[in-house]
Design a protein around this ligand. Structure first.
Ligand code: B16
Ligand code: MG
Length: 217
């Protein structure tokens, strides 16, 4: 039986993945390149710095440490600007109901986001009450696909990793959850993610009963 549900933030609970994409695309344009939605899949779920390194490598751009710092600050400035107008319409349809249903059934819930801006989003949209534990990019040293963030959540919730199920929209997140020994639900509109136990197009397609009855053994 599953005892804890761990949710990614960007692209799962809120549609901020679109804002991250817009900001990365603007940065790519700033450097004279484009970034397609398909190329953006490689960046999803990674920390800001790992995303930047992936983007630079993808486009064959060399940059020194200072330039990388400047570029990642620029991307963050643009991302934060997009966050200014964020409101409840950015919350994924069905996310709050699903989390309420799972909590009513006795599940513990956690948020595990690589984003250092997760706190701003959670506070602005008043989502704190949905989670027993919140772990973000400021609290880990290695980002997804490293399992650290999920292992940390399980430890704070005091639940065995094998009794946890992770909801993710990025391949790096599915890989991280698998490495942590957890079960996975892939939320992915365009393409399928490899290795997930359950796959749905949006979080509104997740059945709380399926999660509650999921056989974790
Ligand atoms: P920041 P998640 C991740 O959040 C995003 O998927 C990823 O696109 C972003 O680069 C990363 O956070 C870092 O975000 O620049 O705000 O620290 O999907 O793990 O909730
Ligand atoms: Mg995500």
């Amino acid at each position: 039986m599953i005892k804890a549900c761990i949710f990614d933030l960007d692209g799962v609970v809120v549609y901020t993945d679109q804002y991250h994409y817009q900001a990365w695309k603007k940065l790519a344009n700033h450097m004279g390149y484009d970034l397609t939605p398909f190329e953006n899949l490689m960046l999803k779920g990674l920390s800001r710095r790992d995303s930047l390194d992936t983007l630079l490598e993808m486009k064959g751009i060399r940059a020194c440490e200072n330039e990388k710092l400047m570029l990642s600050e620029l991307k963050n400035k643009w991302y934060r600007r997009l966050l200014k107008d964020i409101d409840m319409s950015a919350v994924a349809k069905g996310a709050e109901d699903l989390i309420h249903d799972l909590r009513s059934a006795g599940m513990k819930t956690a948020l595990a986001s690589s984003s250092k801006n997760a706190g701003i989003v959670v506070k602005k949209l008043r989502l704190e009450g949905l989670f027993d534990v919140i772990v973000d990019g400021n609290m880990v040293s290695a980002s997804k696909p490293d399992p650290e963030i999920f292992v940390k959540c399980a430890g704070m919730l005091k639940v065995d990793p094998n009794k946890c199920i992770v909801f993710e929209d990025a391949q790096s997140g599915i890989d991280a959850a698998k490495s942590a020994g957890m079960h996975t639900v892939a939320i992915c509109e365009e393409t399928s993610l490899k290795g997930a136990d359950i796959s749905v197009k949006t979080i509104s397609n997740v059945s709380s009963n399926e999660i509650i009855k999921f056989n974790s053994n």
